[in-house]
Design a protein around this ligand. Structure first.
Ligand code: ADP
Ligand code: MG
Ligand code: ZN
Length: 624
């Protein structure tokens, strides 16, 4: 995971908002023209008369008022309605009317008024039709231009970092939200103290650390604890993900780095958090493919910036990675990330605490045994546990429960571990039988070996990619495993294969993964753990292929002859496991059959149900 190679992030011109603006301009245009045409068009068009008709109406005494405005005549008739007419431009009104035979006496009864042509109306009449489109087009162009300009600015702002200032904000995280990680917390509290009271330390001649590197597997809370520092420290906390340093254009990373450090320095005392630093901090000169140069330059710039801090620059760089193994040694040199904090996967107590934290905000039914859930989740990271609590709540909601029950969480464990149940997958009765014997074989071999981990669950319901599964968990938290336990593991792994072989005189592809795992484990016993006859020696130097970020090449540092011996030893481990599984299953064939029968009927057996089946048979324990 977490491999970012010359990430191609390109800021496109904001075409979408651009076309949205054009749309708006058009809508506005239509609206404006509608308003104007409504304003300019009188609701009722007055009757239009010819001059002859006007003369007739005057003679008939039907005209009360006559207004002259340039060439336009507006008549107010005695019945209250209005009418309009046009006269010649040059001739005077009275002249025209008398020419048309208007009786002067009749004309005297009409109130004639001459208005100067209204300047405003006149000009508006001319300007609006001609100017409006120009104005509208102008506005559209202006908007387009502005858009284009910000686009160009964005194109040129590559060199600026998208560094964020975390102020805690709404979702302020504090150390209370982080379970376990005691050492990390202590270390970080000290860092915050440094920033607040540097004098206390410098008076004694202590140097303020420059960088703290948080290292740990994914999901162990590195980003979370960094956010908690932001929430607790009361100093400006800037964060950026290292992958954001690297863009499509070469040189951007370096200038962004410079920018990010400059911003942090200006705000000092401050903390600068660089998340997923392995994205740029990989060992230089060892990569392959493109984008590497850019990363190198960015990394160099980070080194330069950190060296450039003088005694009283109160900026502490916090960085996180889950690949400390691939980091460039220069980053780890004193004066750079000289403090290293390791975040481990949570142990039992921490898992319980994490579960409790994430239970907050969920409606829980009846008292919940978080310890029980914690016991069943060895190897889970904080993120897995958070996910588990969420999945449990979703299960409960799907069942229309008012509160989340313990069994919802227990069920969610397997979902998080193996993927969702696939009840819909149709399996034939024959396949179901094979699976039942296979899983029964694993469980039975495990149960009959001295010192092996107890079986917690056996199931033949397929989940994710597996057809069925047997879950065994160590009783207590263990950090070391012994050779005897590995031998038990190997025998148990082959239990499924053996059961199929004994019962059906045939084997299926269902065992392929078991065989692969068993072979890999046996090889590790020989080449890494020194548990074989070849003695305490490691064989093969595993090198990291930087570009792919995972074990790719194992360099052989031993001879052909030793290689053959290694193969022999691996083979003998497998043989031994095979014989153990065979012995156990042949001796207890009846028990195997019983387990398989119950599995076919119930599909899933909890640990206690499984051991209840064994009880009447008085299973004899044996050594692997
Ligand atoms: P990382 O950065 O180490 O990969 P994160 O900090 O992103 O992991 O952790 C992912 C999530 O897992 C967090 O948001 C939090 O919900 C949960 N989590 C991980 N560790 C803890 C912890 N120690 N206490 C509480 N929650 C945790
Ligand atoms: Mg993270
Ligand atoms: Zn199996």
């Amino acid at each position: 995971m977490g491999l970012v190679v010359g990430q191609a992030l390109f800021h496109p011109l904001p075409m979408t908002s651009f076309s949205k603006n054009i749309l708006w301009a058009i809508v506005t245009l239509i609206a404006i023209s509608l308003i104007f045409s409504a304003a300019l068009t009188p609701t009722k068009q007055p009757e239009k008369l010819s001059l002859n008709q006007v003369a007739e109406k005057i003679n008939a005494g039907e005209v009360a008022e006559l207004r002259v405005n340039g060439e336009n005549l507006t008549l107010k008739l005695s019945n209250g309605t209005e009418a309009v007419a046009q006269k010649e431009a040059e001739a005077s009104l009275t002249e025209t009317l008398s020419n048309l035979g208007v009786d002067p006496k009749a004309l005297q009864k009409v109130a004639v008024s001459v208005e100067a042509e209204s300047g405003l109306r006149f000009w508006l009449g001319i300007l609006i039709p001609t100017l409006l489109p120009i104005i509208v087009i102008g506005i559209i162009f202006w908007i387009m231009f502005r858009q284009a300009k910000t686009g160009v600015n964005q194109a040129f702002s590559f060199g600026r970092s998208n560094i964020r200032l975390s102020t805690g904000g709404k979702e302020k995280v504090t150390f209370k939200d982080v379970a376990g990680l005691k050492e990390a917390k202590e270390e970080l509290v000290e860092i915050v103290d440094f920033l607040k009271n540097p004098k206390k330390f410098t008076d004694l001649g202590a140097k303020i650390p420059r960088g703290v590197l948080l290292m740990g597997p994914p999901g162990t809370g590195k980003t979370l604890i960094a956010r908690a520092v932001a929430g607790e420290s009361n100093v400006p906390f800037f964060s950026i993900s290292a992958s954001e340093f690297v863009e499509m254009f070469v040189g951007v990373g370096a200038s962004r780095t410079r920018d990010a450090f400059a911003i942090a320095k200006r705000a000092s005392p401050a903390i600068l958090f660089i998340d997923e630093i392995d994205a740029v901090g990989r060992q230089r000169g060892a990569g392959m493919g493109g984008g590497n140069d850019e990363r190198e330059q960015t990394l160099n710039q980070i080194l330069v910036e950190m060296d450039g801090f003088d005694r009283d620059t109160r900026v502490i760089v916090l960085a996180a990675t889950n690949r400390p193994d691939v980091l460039d040694p220069a980053l780890l040199r004193p004066g750079r990330f000289d403090r290293r904090v390791i975040l481990d996967l949570p142990d039992l107590a921490d898992r319980e605490a994490i579960l409790r934290i994430h239970a907050g905000g969920k409606t829980l039914g009846s008292p919940m045994d978080f310890r029980k859930i914690a016991v069943r989740t060895p190897g889970f990271s904080g993120a897995d546990l958070a996910n588990l609590m969420n999945e449990g709540a979703i299960f409960a909601a799907r069942r229309n429960r008012k509160a989340v029950a313990e069994e919802d969480f227990l069920e969610a464990i397997e979902k998080v571990m193996l993927g969702p149940e696939r009840k819909s997958r149709v399996i034939s009765p024959k396949e179901k039988e094979i699976t039942a014997y296979h899983e029964g074989g694993h469980a039975l071999v495990s149960a009959s070996l001295t010192g092996s981990d107890p079986v917690h669950k056996v199931s033949i319901i397929s989940r994710g990619f597996v057809g069925g599964y047997t879950l065994k968990l160590p009783n207590e938290e263990q950090h070391l495993r012994t050779k005897q336990q590995f031998l038990n593991d190997l025998a148990m792994m082959l239990g499924g294969f053996m059961a199929e072989r004994l019962v059906f005189k045939d084997v299926s592809t269902g065992a392929s993964n078991d065989i692969k795992e068993a072979t890999a484990l046996a090889r590790r016993l020989v080449t890494k753990y020194g548990m074989s006859e070849l003695g305490p020696m490691t064989f093969g130097k595993t090198d990291e292929m930087i570009f792919l970020g995972r074990e790719m090449v194992t360099e052989r540092d031993y001879s052909e002859k030793v290689a053959a011996k290694i193969d022999d030893e691996v083979r003998s481990f497998i043989d031994r496991a095979y014989k153990t599984a065979e012995r156990v299953l042949t001796d207890n064939r009846k028990i195997l059959q019983k387990i398989a029968d119950v599995l076919i009927e119930k599909e899933t057996l909890e640990g206690d149900e499984f051991y209840k089946i064994l009880k009447p048979f008085k299973l004899k324990l044996t050594a692997a």
